[in-house]
Write a protein that binds this ligand. Structure first.
Ligand code: SF4
Length: 108
């Protein structure tokens, strides 16, 4: 029986070294990017409740000239911001149906 020498050549090239973390500059850069991303998440989470609070804060009656009587044909129960039975989306405190303020917007 004839035995042929193997034609296969052993891979003499060493496996590529994974130097993604071996390079100190690259490692530092990756650390900084990760740290900045983490800080952004923490900062965003910290600010979110304040934004929500600011967006949901109502105005004081004195700021917008609220009065308990209508102005012409304009009254709170005809306003887009009216919330029965006695509040408003924009103005703090109890609001009477016959009231009015400078933010009046007629319901459509
Ligand atoms: S008139 Fe002013 S207080 Fe009255 S419901 Fe409209 S926005 Fe609110």
């Amino acid at each position: 029986m004839l035995v042929r020498p193997s034609l296969a050549v052993e891979n003499t090239v060493p496996a590529a070294k994974d130097d993604r973390t071996a390079d100190p500059i690259r490692r530092r850069l990756m650390f900084d990017i990760t740290a900045m991303a983490g800080a952004g998440v923490v900062l965003g989470a910290g600010l979110a409740p304040r934004r929500v609070a600011a967006a949901t804060a109502k105005l004081a009656k004195t700021e917008i000239g609220y009065q308990v009587s209508p102005k012409g044909g304009q009254r709170c129960d005809l306003c887009l911001n009216w919330q029965p039975p006695g509040s408003c989306k924009l103005v703090a405190g109890p609001i009477v149906a016959s009231g009015w303020c400078g933010l009046f917007q007629l319901k459509r």
